[in-house]
Design a protein around this ligand. Structure first.
Ligand SMILES: [Zn+2]
Length: 367
């Protein structure tokens, strides 16, 4: 069986947030508007006013801290107590995930409004949950994808460029992980095989990024929207989202999850960690050296991390490498979606090789 899923509606335009009321009215009259304190401070008042103009009385919910059981309980009870008829998550990954948990528990329509393009979670059914202390607990799944994903490209253009670059790392990995899942015959996130459509979208995400990333980054540095930026946003948010969920993930994501166990590697963005995982995946696959060097030059040009040293671990101990590799190779890890046999030893070698080639690449370039 082949399977894939989609959000019911995807919209992307500059200034979309100013007309949010117009885009929301088909879903309800009393949305639970979920934001963190920062987004509430910047956009909250303006948003609530624009919704009112469209006859929509929003209930605001300020997300605090972590997508943990207590925060999930707090948001669900707010939604029920205030009789909200849809939930709108305005923000990054965690605000999106806590908003998804409302749909999971109450089945009211879910609208995601990403304010950064730093990963590809917005279109997916996946919810990543954490303990109260921020430790990774595991995924939950909605029965369907979000009802709408509404992207205001002018807001993405005003967010720090690091977010867009991280999203590029996540979206590039989608294509290379999709390849491995298809070669190995692994199941995707719908328990089926990849459709031709999902694979084509993963491939398109990669092409759009390679051809437009540099111009898109220039636009964000000027806080301007451009055609290149619109293409990269679509690649990071829509195409990568449909691609990863519809094809599956492999070593790049599995290895990056191991980084969370090493203190020095904490505090990086998901897409930055996945980018380093992706380079290690290429070493596991024994990819052609020339291809790797070309991609490293691209990573370098857009300042996307490509080795542990870039994430602050320039001289990893054997023990640290072993910890990462053991976690990446735990039971049921998606690393076994690779088409080749993977062992902790091979992961350690891939991580070390990546560190080595990266430093020799940079030495050569600097001379
Ligand atoms: Zn990802």
């Amino acid at each position: 069986m082949k399977a894939m899923g989609f959000p019911s509606i995807y919209k992307q335009s500059s200034g979309l947030m100013d007309e949010l009321g117009d885009h929301l009215k088909q879903f309800g009259k009393r949305p639970l508007l979920v934001m963190d304190e920062f987004i509430n401070g910047v956009y909250g008042e303006k948003l609530i006013r624009s919704l009112k103009e469209n006859g929509i009385e929003a209930v605001d919910f300020i997300f605090k801290g972590e997508v943990s059981n207590s925060e999930i309980e707090r948001i669900i009870s707010t939604s029920k107590d205030k009789a909200c008829d849809c939930v709108v998550g305005v923000g990054g990954g965690k605000v999106q995930d806590v908003s998804k948990s409302v749909k999971l528990n109450t089945d009211i329509p879910l609208i995601i409004v990403p304010t950064v393009a730093s990963n590809d979670a917005a279109t997916s059914r996946l919810i990543i949950t954490y303990s109260e202390d921020g430790e990774f607990v595991g995924p939950k799944f909605l029965s369907t994808n979000p009802d709408a994903v509404l992207v205001d490209s002018s807001i993405i253009a005003k967010a720090p460029v690091r977010f867009l670059v991280a999203g590029i790392g996540d979206a590039l990995a989608t294509y290379y992980e999709a390849n491995q899942c298809i070669l190995s015959g692994a199941n995707n996130f719908f328990g089926g095989k990849s459709t031709e459509a999902a694979y084509a979208l993963a491939n398109l995400a990669r092409d759009l990024i390679v051809n437009n990333a540099q111009n898109a980054i220039e636009s964000v540095n000027k806080m301007e929207v451009s055609e290149a930026l619109e293409k990269v946003i679509e690649a990071n948010v829509l195409l990568s989202g449909l691609g990863f969920e519809g094809c599956g993930v492999a070593a790049a994501h599995a290895i990056s999850q191991g980084f969370t166990l090493i203190k020095e590697l904490n505090g990086y963005l998901h897409g930055e960690e996945v980018a380093v995982g992706l380079v290690s995946q290429w070493f596991l696959e024994n990819k052609d050296q020339k291809m790797i060097e070309e991609m490293l030059a691209f990573f370098d040009a857009i300042e996307l991390p490509f080795c542990l040293a870039d994430l602050g671990l320039s001289d990893p101990t054997q023990e640290e490498l072993q910890t990462i590799a053991n976690y990446a190779c735990r039971d049921n890890s998606r690393i076994y979606n690779m088409s080749i046999e993977v062992t902790p030893q091979k992961v350690i070698k891939a991580l070390s090789d990546a560190n080595q080639i990266a430093s020799s690449y940079r030495n050569r370039r600097n001379h």
